[in-house]
Design a protein around this ligand. Structure first.
Ligand code: NAP
Length: 369
């Protein structure tokens, strides 16, 4: 602990010099901005700015705190200076306090993020300070200036991607790979419908399915969303808010249906999905927000399957498998996350409202830090 205070004092002395230089040279003469003074004060105290929940509730439960202790990485952990954090629907369920997992309060939300390695624990071998990284899971929460993550949950972020795009890599791409390849066991040449393709997991699913040689059909609920899904490589796009759109999907597949469906809203679509599947096809349920009545006979007559998908991956081997699959995609450009909207930490409540609203989805929502 003393060592960390020493390190941050060194950082602080460097920061104060550059900060006061900036203040003297500014048009306001010697007046420093409140924000830069706040950062100076925070560094002196080894504290940071972070979004925290002190009591479960609606989006307003997200508070912007300026005096949160900077976490200390343990032996196999990494301290990341967060540059962007992804906003996932699950963080809204956790904030509400009604999810099957209840975090201890006060709690900093956030799983996905991208940034620079600030400091590593004594047993870390894969990373060093200054490395560009992303993660899908943090120990201390990613809606913050600094976060701690386990070394095995951290991955290299190639320079081809911005930090904002890095914040869209973790849960979306790991979930999409898990749904498509590991659970639905999709193969090259098959027809894949991404039911809800304009959001984070949907975009990842379209890009992966296309790269693996599948014919991709995608849905969205707005004209901008349809354009986005088409631009990232879907062969045909359909509006899931339009009556009769499933008939159009059947027509597009010559009446045969699709082999795989990656489903983002099963409580609305599962019955339709069973009708849309080709013989032997599989629906992979990624998203679900309620109950639905289905006719199980449909699974018998076409010998189809419904499989559930639950992130995060369990086994270490699987994490490395997914990472090995996506690293070349990031470097070569066929994995390109789409950013829908950026927010500041003070706007985290708005980001939470937007991520579960009925507004058209156009990619990933990120908090820039
Ligand atoms: N199983 C897991 O481990 C796991 C992991 C990650 C996410 N999830 C869940 O998966 C879902 C998607 O996550 P995300 O991060 O991609 O969310 P997101 O970025 O908010 O995207 C939501 C997607 O759902 C679409 N949608 C809305 N109404 C629809 C309908 N009637 N039929 C089909 N799609 C519809 C949206 O399209 P428009 O806005 O264009 O209408 C958008 O493409 C969420 O429920 C999330 O909680 C589960």
């Amino acid at each position: 602990m003393k060592f960390s205070v020493f390190i941050y004092s060194l950082v602080l002395s460097r920061f104060i010099v550059s900060s006061s230089d900036y203040c003297e040279g500014s048009s306001k003469g010697s007046v420093c901005s409140e924000e830069s003074m706040q950062v100076s004060r925070n560094l002196l105290q080894a504290t940071m700015r972070a979004v925290r929940v002190h009591a479960f509730g609606g989006p307003e439960a997200l508070r912007f705190d300026t005096d949160v202790a900077i976490p200390e990485p343990k032996e196999k952990q990494i301290l990341v200076r967060v540059h962007a954090a992804g906003v996932n629907p699950v963080e809204t369920y956790l904030r509400q306090g009604t999810y099957h997992i209840k975090p201890a309060l006060p709690w900093t939300p956030g799983n996905d993020c991208a940034g620079l390695v600030e400091k590593v624990g004594g047993e870390v071998t894969k990373f060093k300070p200054g490395d560009r990284v992303f993660t899908y899971k943090t120990v201390s929460g990613s809606y913050a200036e600094y976060t701690v993550a386990n070394e095995n949950d951290v991955f290299n972020l190639p320079s081809e991607l911005s930090f904002q795009q890095g914040a869209a890599m973790g849960i979306p791409y790991f979930t999409a790979y898990r749904a498509l390849i590991l659970r639905a066991k999709a193969k090259a040449g098959q027809k894949v419908l991404v039911h809800g393709a304009s959001g984070s997991v949907g975009i990842a699913s379209v890009q992966l399915a296309k790269a693996y040689g599948m014919t991709v059909y995608g849905t969205a609920g707005s004209s901008e969303g349809l354009k986005l899904v088409s631009n990232i490589g879907a062969r045909s796009v359909f509006n899931h808010k339009e009556p009769g759109y499933t008939d159009k999907i059947m027509e597009a597949t010559d009446g045969l249906g699709v082999d795989i469906i990656i489903e983002m809203l099963a409580n609305v679509n599962l019955q339709k999905d069973l009708e849309l599947l080709a013989r032997g096809g599989t629906v992979a349920v990624v998203g679900n927000r309620g109950n639905i009545e289905i006719n199980p006979r449909l699974t018998m007559v076409k010998e189809t399957s419904i499989v559930g998908v639950l992130f995060p991956p369990g086994a270490e081997e699987e994490k490395q498998q997914v990472n090995a699959a996506i690293q070349p995609g990031m470097e070569q450009g066929w994995i390109k996350p789409v950013i829908g909207k950026e927010y500041t930490m003070k706007e985290a409540s708005q980001a939470h409202e937007d991520v579960i609203s009925n507004k058209p989805t156009l990619g990933r929502l990120v908090i820039v830090i």
